[in-house]
Design a binder for this molecule. Structure first.
Ligand code: AMP
Length: 507
C-alpha cells in the first residue's frame, strides 16, 4: 500500500463527506472527498505537463489553504516527492533547500511572491516552473493524470529539519514511514470518520502535515483548515460544537488558557473528545490550568520530523483519561521501539537518564544527499537492528512507566561534572509566581566549566536574588541558575520551539 491507496479508502466509502472546510478573511470554501481527489487528479495532469514524474521533487512554499492538500495528493499520484518549505524562511534558507533538493517545480501562492522574487532566478531553474495556486482554476482542464503505482519503499516527502545548529537537513520519508505513523495514530487516538479537526498548525511541518492532515484524510474525517492560530477565533470555533479534535503546540495552549480566563467560555469546550499537544514541552502548569478550566487532560505526545510520531500518552485507559500524566510524553506508539542509552550506547538502569534511541518502520531512511550525517545519526546493535539517535535526553518515570523528556543532548549543561537538564530548571522556574515562561542555557564559568542561566518572561519586575535563592530550596544548589534575566519574549520558531541559540550570549 502507498499513501495514495490509503487516502482513497474514505474516497470510496464516503465521497460526499466534507474533507476540507476553509475560511479566511477573503472568503470560505469546502471540498468533499470526491472534489478533493478529483481536483488532485486534474492538478496532477498540470504537473505532468510541467515535466514532473516519478521520483521528482516538488517544493511547496504555501500557506494553509485547501490547495495544499490538492497539490500534495497530486504529487503523490505522480509518484513524485513533496518538499515543504517553512513559510518563515527567507532568501538564504529557501535557497539552501532549492539548491539541495533540486525540485522540478515549485508550488506557491501570490502572497509569497515578494519573498520568492528575492531569489536569483538564474541560480534556480525551478523558478521558471513556479505554479501559483490562484491560477490553477484556469490551467486545469478535465484531463486527469493516471495514478502511478509507487512502492511503499519509495520517497513521499523530503522534510527539512528546523535546524537549530548548522544547515537544515532533508529527512527522506518513504510512503511506508508515513503510513506507519499514520496507522499507529489512527488506532492509538481512536480516529473515525465522525471526527472533525480544527487545524491552525502550519501544514509545512510534520505536526500539521503528518499528524493532523494525513490522519484526518486517511480517517475520512473533516478538516476545518485555518491560515493561522488566533486564540480568540479558536475558542469561538471550538465552542460552537463543530469540532471533535484540536492539536496544538504548547504556546497555543498557553494563549488558550489566557483567552479562556479572559472570556470565561471554557465550559463550551467540554464536548470535544481530544486535545493533543506536541513539538515542544508542555509545562505541567499549563496542563493543570487547562484541565481546571475545561475539564480536559491534554494528551501530550512526542515525535520528530525524521521519525513521525514516537511516544504518546494513552488516549483512554479503561475508559478514563487517567493514563495521561502531565510532564511525561507517555509510552511508545504501536510499532515503535525505544531505548534510553548511556554514552557508550548501553541501556541505562531503569529510571536513569540517557539519550533516547528509536527504531520502527516509521523511522526515516536518512538525510537527502548526506550519507555522512545519516551514518552519524544511526547506530547498529549486536542483532543488526538500526537505531536512530534522536539527540533527545530522557528518563523513564518508574511509577507510570512513562518517558520524560529532559531536553536536547547538545543543550545539556555540565556543571562541575554534574549533568544539569535545562528542562528540569525551567519547570521549577515556571512555578514561581509571576514567571510565565523560562529558558535555561549553559554559560562558561571558570570554576564549574559551565553553569545554568535563565531567561524568563515575567508579569512584572522580578527580584533576581530571591528567585535564585528560592530555586535552591527546590533543586540541588548546582542546578540553581547563576542569573535570571527578564526578557519580553523568548525567541521561538514557527512551531513555538524556543531557539536557545538566539538568546543573548552576554549573560
Ligand atoms: P521537529 O522535527 O521540528 O518536530 O522537532 C522534533 C523535536 O521537538 C524533538 O526532537 C524534541 O526535541 C521536540 N519535541 C517534540 N515533541 C515534544 C514534546 N512533547 N516535549 C518536548 N519536546 C518535544
Amino acid at each position: 500500500m502507498n499513501l495514495s491507496d490509503l487516502f482513497s479508502i474514505p474516497l470510496d466509502r464516503d465521497p460526499e463527506r466534507v474533507a476540507i472546510e476553509f475560511r479566511d478573511a477573503s472568503g470560505s470554501a469546502a471540498l468533499s472527498y470526491a472534489e478533493l481527489h478529483g481536483k488532485a487528479a486534474r492538478f496532477a495532469a498540470v504537473l505532468a505537463q510541467q515535466g514532473v514524474s516519478r521520483g521528482d521533487r516538488v517544493a511547496f512554499f504555501l500557506g494553509n489553504r485547501p490547495e495544499f492538500a490538492v497539490a500534495y495528493l497530486a504529487v503523490l499520484r505522480l509518484g513524485a516527492v513533496m518538499v515543504p518549505i517553512n513559510l518563515a524562511y527567507r532568501q538564504r534558507e529557501i535557497a539552501h533547500i532549492l539548491g539541495d533538493a533540486e525540485p522540478r517545480a515549485l508550488i506557491t501562492e501570490t502572497a509569497q511572491r515578494a519573498v520568492l522574487e528575492e531569489l536569483d532566478a538564474k541560480e534556480y531553474p525551478v523558478l521558471e516552473r513556479v505554479l501559483f495556486v490562484e491560477s490553477l482554476a484556469v490551467e486545469m482542464t478535465a484531463e486527469e493524470a493516471p495514478a502511478v503505482a509507487v512502492d511503499g519503499g519509495e520517497l513521499a516527502l523530503i522534510m527539512y529539519t528546523s535546524g537549530t545548529t548548522g544547515r537544515s537537513k532533508g529527512a527522506m520519508l518513504t510512503h511506508d514511514n508515513v503510513l506507519a505513523t499514520v496507522s499507529g495514530l489512527l488506532a492509538a487516538w481512536g480516529w473515525s470518520r465522525a471526527d472533525s479537526i480544527l487545524v491552525t498548525l502550519p501544514l509545512f511541518h510534520t505536526h500539521g502535515l503528518v499528524v493532523a492532515m494525513h490522519c484526518a484524510l486517511a480517517a475520512g474525517a473533516t478538516i476545518h483548515l485555518r491560515r493561522r492560530f488566533d486564540a480568540r477565533a479558536v475558542v469561538e470555533e471550538l465552542g460552537s460544537g463543530s469540532c471533535s479534535l484540536f492539536f496544538g503546540v504548547p504556546t497555543m495552549y498557553v494563549r488558550l488558557v489566557d483567552e479562556l480566563r479572559a472570556c470565561g467560555a471554557a465550559e463550551s469546550l467540554r464536548a470535544l473528545r481530544l486535545f493533543c499537544s506536541g513539538s515542544a514541552p508542555l509545562s505541567p502548569e499549563t496542563w493543570s490550568a487547562f484541565r481546571d478550566l475545561t475539564g480536559h487532560s491534554i494528551l501530550e505526545r512526542y515525535g520528530m520530523t525524521e521519525t513521525g510520531m514516537l511516544i504518546s500518552n494513552a488516549y483512554a485507559r479503561s475508559g478514563s483519561t487517567d493514563g495521561r500524566v502531565p510532564g511525561t510524553v507517555g509510552v511508545p506508539l504501536p510499532g515503535v521501539s525505544a531505548r534510553i542509552v548511556d554514552t557508550s550506547g548501553d541501556d541505562v538502569t531503569p529510571g536513569a537518564e540517557g539519550e533516547l534511541w528509536v527504531a520502527g518502520s516509521n523511522v526515516f531512511d536518512g538525510y537527502w544527499r548526506a550519507p555522512e550525517k545519516t551514518a552519524e545519526s544511526f547506530a547498529m546493535d549486536s542483532a543488526g537492528r538500526r537505531w536512530f539517535r534522536t539527540g533527545d535526553l530522557a528518563r523513564r518515570d518508574l511509577a507510570s512507566g512513562h518517558y520524560v523528556l529532559l531536553g536536547r543532548r547538545h543543550e545539556l549543561i555540565i556543571a562541575g561534572g554534574f549533568n544539569v537538564y535545562p528542562r528540569e530548571i525551567e519547570e521549577v522556574l515556571e512555578t514561581y509566581p509571576g514567571i510565565r515562561e523560562a529558558a535555561v542555557v549553559g554559560r562558561p564559568h571558570p570554576e564549574w566549566g559551565e553553569v545554568p542561566f535563565a531567561f524568563v518572561v515575567a508579569d512584572g519586575e522580578l527580584p533576581e536574588g530571591e528567585v535564585i535563592a528560592w530555586c535552591k530550596t527546590q533543586l540541588a544548589s548546582f542546578k540553581a541558575p547563576h542569573g535570571v534575566r527578564v526578557v519580553e519574549a523568548l525567541p521561538r520558531n514557527a512551531l513555538g520551539k524556543v531557539q536557545k541559540h538566539l538568546l543573548p550570549k552576554d549573560l
